[in-house]
Design a protein around this ligand. Structure first.
Ligand code: SF4
Length: 327
């Protein structure tokens, strides 16, 4: 993995309007979906973005794809500010940043053959007549683990298993030769037995094609030993970030600790006490004062209601935002 930062996100915010609090109010409610996220990504790095549903991780993906405009903040990609681009520039950018969605059943058109599905992005980007079109389609299929490609080109999605369909979705992302793949819960709809296969495939691609992967998941256990770094998100903010070993083996934020405590451990002797968080993630319209995790935090103290914790550097690569870490 290169040490070069090629994607840099600075203070990214996305607030959505959600109607007025009452008939008599002029003010508008705002959903704080993403609320000041700063991150970097290096070439061919795998960054896992982890958090419960509604924490803002999927909105982050839409912002990076240019499918939503940020309310505030900056996104720099390969030294270029891509925060606000016009439609043509966005379309160009999508050749370099591709997304793999959660549901391989819904993302494939049942009336198209696998060959047509994988070639479609070339069509959309005006590259249908590119001389190496067929080669690119076959290479994408084979790099996605569907070998030999000729066997799959004429088949239809219903003839494939769930895992093979997700490989087709990945092949359709690869055909444009992207530099980043944003995979939004790519294995959550798949049978447990084939999840590891798809995760291993993404891990291979970063080596074979030098692709960076942002792996979005609610399941910290699925990050396994595949991610280089892990960023834990809660209610629109990153609360802890570090290398995979730092976060999984030495978590410092109480939210990360709670997520890790519920990862199933097969060996009963290694099992530890589970921390079940009380209550749901708070409404992102009405973000709690001070530390936004305080209503659910098992170790909160009075000061947590008033002070918004800063990021505390723990090592060169590990940071967490909790008042208890302030020395
Ligand atoms: Fe918990 Fe307080 Fe730390 Fe927030 S600042 S995570 S409420 S202890």
């Amino acid at each position: 993995m290169s040490t070069e930062k090629f994607l840099e996100i600075r203070g990214l915010k996305k607030y959505f309007e959600a109607g007025r609090p009452s008939l008599f109010s002029r003010a508008t409610n705002l959903v704080h979906a993403v609320d000041g996220v700063s991150l970097t990504l290096r070439r061919s790095e795998v960054l896992a973005l982890v958090g419960e549903s509604g924490c803002g991780k999927s909105t982050m993906a839409l912002l990076l794809m240019g499918l939503e405009d940020p309310t505030e903040g900056t996104v720099i990609f390969e030294d270029r500010d891509i925060t606000h681009l016009n439609d043509g520039q966005r379309k160009d950018l999508r050749k370099k940043i591709q997304m793999v969605f959660q549901d391989p059943y819904e993302s494939l058109n049942p009336t198209q053959t696998i060959g047509e599905i994988v070639a479609e992005p070339l069509l959309v980007h005006g590259m249908a007549d590119t001389p190496d079109r067929d080669e690119r389609v076959k290479k994408a299929l084979e790099d996605a683990g569907l070998k030999p490609a000729d066997v799959y080109l004429g088949r239809y999605p219903h003839e494939l298993s769930g895992g093979q369909r997700q490989r087709v979705v990945i092949a359709a992302a690869l055909v444009l030769e992207p530099e980043i793949i944003i995979a939004d819960e790519p294995v959550s709809m798949l049978d447990v037995s084939i999840r590891a296969e798809v995760i291993n495939l993404l891990a291979d691609l970063r080596i074979k094609r030098q692709i960076a992967v942002i792996f979005i998941t609610h399941d910290l256990g699925s990050v396994g030993f595949f991610a280089d770094r892990v960023a834990v998100m809660y209610l629109g903010r990153i609360v802890e970030i570090g290398t995979m070993l730092e976060v999984l083996e030495s978590p410092q934020h109480p939210y990360t600790k709670a997520l890790i405590s519920v990862i199933p451990v097969p060996n009963p002797r290694l099992r530890h006490e589970r921390t079940i968080l009380q209550g749901e993630t708070p409404n992102p319209i009405d973000v709690p004062s001070g530390c936004r995790f305080h209503p659910r935090c098992p170790v909160a103290v009075d000061a947590c209601k008033a002070s918004d914790p800063p990021f505390i550097p723990l090592t060169k690569t590990h940071q967490a935002a909790c008042l208890l870490l302030v020395k």
